[in-house]
Design a protein around this ligand. Sequence first.
Ligand SMILES: [Fe+2]
Ligand SMILES: [Fe+2]
Length: 252
Amino acid sequence: MSHVVLFDNGTHKNVLLEELSNGSFAVQSNQHVIIDGASGMILDPGGHKVYAKALSATMALLGRSKLETIFLSHQDPDIVAAVNGWLMTTDANAYVSGLWTRFVAHFGLDAMVEKRLHAIPDEGMRLPLGAQWVDVVPAHFLHSPGNFQVYDPIAKVLYTGDLGASIGTEAREVADFDAHVDYMIGFHRRYMASNRAMRAWAKRARKMDIDIIAPQHGAVFRGKPMVERFIAWCEGLACGVDLLFDMEPEQP
Ligand SMILES: [Fe+2]
Ligand SMILES: [Fe+2]
């Protein structure tokens, strides 16, 4: 399988890297790269299982463009475990929620590079990318308490991290939403914090002009009708603490 190009207008390109974790016990994870002119960024580069392959694929894709930014949606190992390697081999700056900077350091951040791991404030921020920028938007509790997504206004892609993740399907794009729910529902019911957090996100997402929703696991949602179906599904989903008593039926 080769890379999936989500968007390309000649100067701005959004690419989902070729599947790198196939056949592994480790959960499948997507690595997304955005290039604008001479500048590039990688989103949720992943752990040690995919590090060498993800790094070489990213560098090949960048060509003469430079990796400037590493975005970390939250603190999980499938996102950040190899960040020290990325910082040691490039001059890029990495960004993660301020709730997590000092925890990420426990993955073995070298003193030489720790100043290039930056805290994202709770309200999010704008990150320059070449002649353009991307917006880092809050999606707290979906699923991590300090959790961000990236909106690219040129490609109209919302990178949702674990929100929208599908597990157990090899599809890279959702064809039939109803059939796809089977691959999402278990993960979302348990990992997403609550329907209240989902509704807050749905309200925010509907204010954005989104053509593609690109999660960190599994298939992407392409086209406005599919995007709206996903938003509406999230909005109506009971999850996390909503289901606490179903998980612990012995409790009074
Ligand atoms: Fe996660
Ligand atoms: Fe994840």
